[in-house]
Design a protein around this ligand. Structure first.
Ligand code: GDP
Length: 366
């Protein structure tokens, strides 16, 4: 394909090789005079912003460019995978600009969880990450939760400056920007989106005018490759990413028992007393309990237990992590897949995951 063809929406070089990369169009649409990449097409016609990804270097360049400006950074994080969705070095790279944190996907957590409690939890976690935000708002892009306050606060905090929206892929950045687009939709749709070039990258960013002199920029997401979402097939994402309130499932687990999570991950309870383990995963994920002694065999024999992970067919290809459980509550997080709240009475667990998927222990969210 001619490398010089550019999307007239965002300026990205048109390509038909990789749907997840910028400038993608399906082959059949390439004959048109004015080509819109798939991302811009969806944006114009359906007000949908689809995810694109960048190389780490391009992404760092974008963050550094943000660091050279005087602006407000809107940092979107996903409450479902708080730790897995952090942008490493965000504060360092954005050069001391104000960071307004939107903690997204509140709708998938239990309704009974108080917003103020959640907000305090997010603030503590951000502190651990070295982030001192100008403010934190709990939200749900899908439900437009707290959006009126968020629009007002963006106006208040930006003080006439540009706004850059950042977040890793799948945190819901597009959904949020789509809502913003609609919020500003009194302006003609076509005029709403303009193109801006980001120096040093192959990328042109989508720019939404906020007023005569300032813009909101959507930055592309960076893929955090330690999230489970990047190991499953695209069609399985629907199953593992929760879209509605998670239905927690509690197991009274005895030592030497194992839980399988659709075969994508597994938790062995190695030692301790009977412990209550509450699993927060997508409601479509199958959780299967078995004896640890039979667990390897079960995985290797039963195809139905497992969603397919490329290049992995036997359990010994998974990586394991061990955690000791103290008295009190903690979460074991499997990045991008879900978490298990252990109401601990002491003990030890082992978690098996595809190599590179992060597993960690943290203060209980719920
Ligand atoms: P992006 O990659 O950050 O642009 O994320 P998207 O906006 O494409 O969203 C990624 C996935 O999360 C999609 O399946 C969305 O439907 C879903 N999503 C986005 N926002 C929310 C939300 O507030 N709640 C829930 N439950 N899902 C959301």
């Amino acid at each position: 394909m001619n490398q010089e063809i550019k999307c007239f929406g965002c300026g990205a070089i048109i390509q038909n090789q990789d749907e997840k990369k910028i400038g993608y169009v399906p082959k059949k649409t390439i004959d048109n005079d004015q080509i819109l990449c798939q991302r811009c097409f969806k944006l114009r016609h359906y007000h949908q912003l689809s995810q694109t990804s960048l190389t780490k270097d391009d992404y760092l360049r974008i963050l550094q460019t943000i660091g050279e400006k005087d602006c407000l950074v809107v940092y979107i994080i996903d409450l479902f995978d708080f730790n897995g969705c952090q942008i490493q070095g965000l504060v360092r790279h954005t050069g001391g600009n104000d960071i307004y944190v939107l903690a997204n996907k509140r709708d998938i957590l239990p309704k009974s969880l108080k917003e103020v409690k959640l907000e305090h939890w997010v603030r503590r976690q951000l502190k651990n990450e070295g982030i001192k935000p100008i403010n934190v708002k709990i939200t749900s892009g899908l439900k437009k939760l707290n959006f009126d306050v968020i629009y007002d606060e963006i106006e208040e905090y930006r003080k006439g400056r540009d706004v850059y929206v950042v977040g890793v892929t799948n945190v819901g950045k597009s959904t949020f920007i789509n809502a913003l687009l609609k919020h500003y939709a009194s302006v003609n749709d076509e005029a709403l989106i303009t193109v801006s070039e980001f120096p040093g990258t192959t990328l042109d960013l989508i720019q939404i005018p906020l007023d005569e002199n300032s813009y909101l920029y959507d930055t592309p997401g960076i893929v955090n490759s330690h999230q489970m979402t990047h190991f499953v097939k695209t069609e399985d994402l629907e199953t593992i990413i929760p879209k509605s309130e998670m239905r927690p499932m509690t197991f009274q687990l005895k030592p030497e028992q194992t839980l399988y999570f659709s075969g994508l991950a597994r938790l062995d309870y190695l030692e301790g007393q009977i412990n209550s383990m509450t699993c927060y995963f997508s409601r479509y994920l199958q959780i299967h309990r078995t004896k640890t002694i039979n667990a390897d065999q079960l995985y290797n024999r039963h195809k139905t237990l497992k969603m397919e992970i490329e290049g992995m067919s036997t359990i010994d290809q998974m990586k394991t992590y061990e955690f000791s459980i103290k008295n009190g509550k903690c979460d074991i997080v499997i990045s991008g897949l879900g978490f298990i709240t252990i109401n601990g009475k002491g003990g030890k667990v082992r978690v098996h995951v595809p190599k590179d998927v992060w597993v960690l222990k943290r203060e209980a969210l719920i």
